[in-house]
Structures are given as structure tokens and as C-alpha cells.
Design a protein around this ligand. Sequence first.
Ligand code: BGC
Ligand code: NOJ
Length: 815
Amino acid sequence: MRFGRFDDAAREYVIETPRTPHPWINYLGAESFFSLVSNTAGGYSFYRDARLRRLTRYRYNDVPQDANGRYLYIREWKDGVPVGPAWNPGWKPTKTELDSYECRHGLGRTTLRGEKNALRATVRMLVPLGETAEVQELVLENRSSAAKTVKIHSFVEFCLYNALDDFTNFQRNLNTGQVEIEGAGIYHVTEYRERRDHFAWFWTDAAIAGFDSDRETFIGRDGDYACPLAVEKGASGNSVADGWSPVASHRIEWTLAPGEKKRAVFVLGYTENAAARKWEKPGVANKEKARAVQARFADPAGFDAAWKALEAFWTDKLSRFSVQTGDEKLDRMANIWNQYQCVVTYNLARSASFFESGIGRGIGFRDTCQDMLGFVHLMPEKARERLFDVASTQFPDGGAYHQFQPLTKRGNADIGGNFNDDPLWLVMGVAGYLKETGDWAFLTESVPFDNDPKNAATLFEHLKRSFNHVTDNMGPHGLPLIGRADWNDCLNLNCFSTDPNDSFQTSGNKDGRNAESVLIAQMFVYAAPDYVEICKRMGDGAEAERASKAAADMEKAILKSGWDGEWFLRAWDDRGGKVGSKDCPDGKIFIETQGFGAMARVGAAEGYPLKALDAAAKHLDTPHGAVILDPPYQEYHLELGEVSSYPPGYKENGGIFCHNNPWLMIGEARNGRPDRAFAYWKKIAPAYREEISELHRMEPYVYAQMIAGKGSARHGEAKNSWLTGTAAWNFVALSQWIVGVRPEFDGLRVEPRLPSHVKKATLRRVYRGAEYLIEVDNRNNTGEVRLSADGAAVDGCVLPAAPAGSSVRVKAVVG
Ligand code: BGC
Ligand code: NOJ
């Protein structure tokens, strides 16, 4: 069952009912101001950091789940008496039944359209490029043959900036709220009188008949968001918040002739002032910058221009990779939604979604290095900046803070480091960046360790320390020590926690010198060829040689102590027990090492990659994707940690991690079985799951982190949509391995491994400023590719980087 449809021409998903199984959301903003917006106008806004600069309030874990947003209440009045109930174009919070409803989530913008009694409200929302503001445009149309008088109340509720404090520190916060009112501008100047150099504001260009900024006056002591007192009375209190909870609401009264349309914009803005320009009069905040933003959007042309500029921005970005295969679901994922999710995930990391509260972790070290892989072709400059920031949180020994805050760029001391896979992701991230850009100068830039400018070294030196961090921390089987965990945050082999008050992520009472990760070993083998190449090009032959040897030794160690007979082991625990072995009662086989092992082609001579993939297919595959492990742990295992704490079939205990299903896909494509690669992808790709939305329940346009596994009661139900490394890895699998266009250090490899039902494909890839227009003729799908560029046969499958600005016509025949 579907709840909407794709409109590919508009690059939108059109939701046709407000009663989706879960709030289906979108993100506004691509630079520094971000808003989450659900299909019923719920969600919140923040500037840069969802925790420290939260502008509007949201209620988590509340019923209904999607509580609080930017709302417009509309009500018709006649002769001083309301005609019917108040309603919202997005249905919530009044939930008044609408005559028609539609929500269009597009790229960085959302349109809600609700109609009631021949009044049609269309609300377009976006964060314009270059602005620190969310702008909504309301167009209200009278579609009846009689004049109508309406009262419109706008509404947002401010958050007192620090989102965690806002929800915990009431003894202070119920006293600090302050506003200034100037015309139709309501300025949330809480704490501006002391240390803040910023304020948020809500403004409309419409002539207002009244306003409110005190929550209780607007809502009423016994009112609620569904039925605020001011809306009920059709009046405003003109209240000026003084402590308690500042909100912003305007009241607009319009009479619309038959067929008439009226328009208003509402701007939620964020303004920062330099210390010297903080005040315009003693005690009056300087609103100069805010007024300039307002002037831009008071003009309807200003809004339209911003709307179009955003569209052009996305057209430009997405034109760097696009493909036409004739499979519309494949094309819409590849050309629109997967790339869009890669950008959002890159920007927001794991901070703010309807599953990530925005008050927890900032940017994860490994997360952002992986996100980069699906993003770098779109905005290489931003990728460079982030890689610099990430590398700056590395410790001198090559280890790293596991997370850092986007606002301060400092490592989070409360979570610390010792996730021993982290350093290798930096090597892979930087290699991905270099392959895309050819920006070798980056490696010679000076980057601090632990943000200490006095202790800095070249980025190349950071990579060396990363790579060597693995070999400096080896365990009894000659495999890398796992530390707190590797990619699987929940495989906590040094934790041994019996106290429910412990956090699995940060507790540990073992010395960490025993438990080893086969995954880190495989990642090492996988990353080594790129690292070796980087060393050679940096003129460090000795390091290249040392690294090659280390990789060969590592492979030997995996063959000796990381192979279980039919598949790769997952790890060795602190007591010297196997993890992910046929000898284990539960958790006999894990996906990570089958995928990465096949990607890295560990034990190729012994046929291990295919054996591992076959084992994954046999034990892990389900109709909804491959589970992370099987069978799920039925009991809590002290020696394994959080992985065994989840009920069977959920999250790391046997859920379907859409993040590492692509490792199987890449393994399959790389080992010559493209149809199997595609079959895996289809099971988890949201556009293919759209038909089962009542089961899947999350947005059908973006991947979810997890789909409940076969061991759970809700097999097939997704959770944690939007912010997940799933976006990047699926895009890598899809674009680089299935479509088969893969940047390398010296050029673009074109090696399509499309599914057999795609016989012809055309694609466009912009690479280092040159355009490649590629036609694929997929004859027998053998994997033997013959390439020609501008009519001339090419030797091998790598097209050399063409001069920026040039265009190359390529034909690829897959024999
Ligand atoms: C989740 C993981 C996540 C980790 C770190 C765990 O509870 O299951 O997926 O990586 O927390 O936040
Ligand atoms: C989500 C985390 O963001 C990611 O870093 C981790 O690898 C997976 N969970 C698996 O635990």
C-alpha cells in the first residue's frame, strides 16, 4: 500500500494523506540554517548545531509523536461568528478533516496544500540559499462564489537555544524568556542581554491585526495546540512574553472576494551581531540585519527568486551524476533521492532527525568519513573542509575522538576514543577525495592533532599514523585489537558490564589487549592498495613497501585465524572465544566480514570471497534484505556487550542494517555476480519498498538505517530513517559498482555491472570539471567491457582525466 507517489519531473515525493504510518519528513537548508519539516508541518529549526543553537522547540517521545512545528491556523468568520472549526493546511495540530490535502517534499523545500470549504491554502517552505532563515509563503485562494472573511494565526514556539538545557533546567528557564516586538517582528532575545550575540525572530509581511508572544496567552491555561485560546476566540492577546515560554504568533484578517488569492510570507530568522553592534539603543537589540532579510522577502519576487535559485542549485549538483536505465525506480533513486539523502546526511551527520534528538552526539569520525564517499562528487570543497576538521580531532598516536561538535569542532571528551576502526576510515575518506579531485596538495597541508595548533603535521602524516595505528595495536592472533568497538558500535568486547547504569559505548573494564576484530583486519587489506599508492606518489617508497608487506601479513593472519570454514569469523573475544562462528550457539555468522572480506577479496586464491557471499546469501538474506547476524542472540552476553542487549531481530542483534548490505552488493559486483548485487539492493531501496509502505512505515524516498530482521515480531518494518551511512554506501554501490563509474587516482573507471534486465543505459558524469557522456550496451553481462572515447578504442577500462570544460563521448560495450 502506498501513501503517495513520486513526481520525478518535479523531483518530489507527493504525500496524499496526512495519515502516514510515521511522520514523513524533509530537510530545509543546505548551508548553516536547517529545519526539519514533517508532512504535517511538524519539526524544528536550528542554526548550525541542533543542540547549542536550537531556535524552535520540539517535543520528543510525546503523543502524538510529531508534536510542535510551524503552524498556520485558518478559520472562516461571518458576522463575528466562526464558520466551522479552525484548520491547518498540513492537518495538524487541529486535525480538522480537510477536503483535500497534499504534501510535496522536494529538494530542500516542501509544499503543503490543504483545502477546506472552498478555501485553498498553499504553503511553500524553504531555507533560501545564503540566508539564515526559514521562509514560508502562504497563498490563500477563495474558490467559492461568495466573499469569505478569514482569520489566520501563525505560530512557532521558541526554544531557549540550548536544547538540552531547555528541556531540563526549568528553575532557570521559566524566568529568562524575553522578547522585543517591532511591528510584525517578534524577536526572541532571551539571554541576549548577557552573553548571547544572537537572537531568533518571526516576522510576516502581512498587515497584522494582533500578535502573541506569551505561550499561555496564546494557548490558554487549559488550551492545547489543537485548540489554542486565541484561535478559538479569533483574537490575540498582544502579549509580550516575560519569563515562561516565548512563542510568536501573528493574527491576520483577510476578506477574499470570489476567486481572489492573497499572499503572505512568514520568516523565521536567526541573526548574529558583532559585540560592537549588539544594540541599536540601550537595551534594544540591533535588528538591522533582520530587517534586511525581511525586506528581501516582503517582495514576492524575492521569494520566487529564492525558490528558483534553490532549484537551480540542485539541478547543478545532481547533474554531476545521472543515469537513464529504463528502470524508473533505479533512476529515481540514483538521480534524485539517494544523492539528496547523501547531502542531508553529510550536512546533518547523525544529529537531528525524528530518531536522533539533536542533543546527543555531534559528528562521528567514522560516520563523516563514510558519508563523504557518497557526497564528494557533489561538493568536493565541503568534503575537503570536513576531512580537515575530522583529521584535526585525531590523536598523535593515530587514534581519534569518536565524535566532535560541529560548532566548536572539538572532540567529545565524554565519549573519547578507542574505536579502533576509526583511523582507517580517514584513510578511505581521504583516498576517496583524492580519487575524485586529484587534489594531491591536500596531503601536504598542515593539520593539528587534537586541535592543538602547536602539534601539527601534514595530512599525509595523519594518514600514516592512522594506518600504523592498526599495526601498533595488534592482538594474540596477529589481528587488530578492537578497542571499544569497530564499525559495529555494539560489539563491545572489552566492556563486560553488569550495571544497567553503564553506557555500553563508554564503559570498559578489560585491558583491551585480547579482543580482536576480523573486520578491522579486512578494512586494512581493503585500504592498503590506496594507501600504498598514496605513499608512492608522496615519494615515500619505504613506507609503501612496509605497508604492502603489512597488508600481506594481515591477509595471512585472516586466512589463519579469521576464516571459519565456510565464512569469515567476526572477531575473537577477550577470553579467546570466537565471535561469528559455526561453533557459537547464536551469532554464528555476521554480515560485516562477509561483505568487507569479499570487497577486499581476502583469500581470493582459496575462493573465500564467493564462499563468504554464498554463506551470507544462505544464512542472512531475507525478503527485506540481509540481516546483520544470525541467529540473533537470545540472551545477554557479558563478553559481547550491547549487540546482545537488543531484543532478537532489532538493530545490531539481527536487524537488517541497510548500511552494510551494500558491502555484500559491492562484493557480489566485484566478484562477478551483478544480478545478485542488484537483488540485494532492490530489497532495501526505498523506491522499491514504496508498495509495502504500510509495513515499511518510513519514508519511501530515503533509506532507513535498519529494517527489523527475521528474528523479530515486526520483520520488514524500518526505523531510523534519513541520517545513516546507508545513504553513502548505497550510493557508492549503485553508482560506482552497479552502474560502474568509479573514480580512480588517474581517471574514471567505467565498468558497468548493471542487472541483466537493463540492456541499454546512458549516463552523465562530471569528473574534475570534464563531462563524460556514456552509452552502455549491456549485451551478455559478462563483465568484459570494451570502451571507446570520442570514437577511439580505449585500452582497459579507465578513462584518463580530460581537461576541465571538455566533453567526452564514451561507449561501453559489456560483452
Ligand atoms: C546504536 C548504534 C549506534 C550507537 C552509537 C547504539 O545504541 O545501536 O547503531 O551506532 O548507539 O550511538
Ligand atoms: C550507527 C553509527 O552511526 C555507525 O557509526 C555504526 O557503524 C553503526 N551504527 C553500526 O553500529
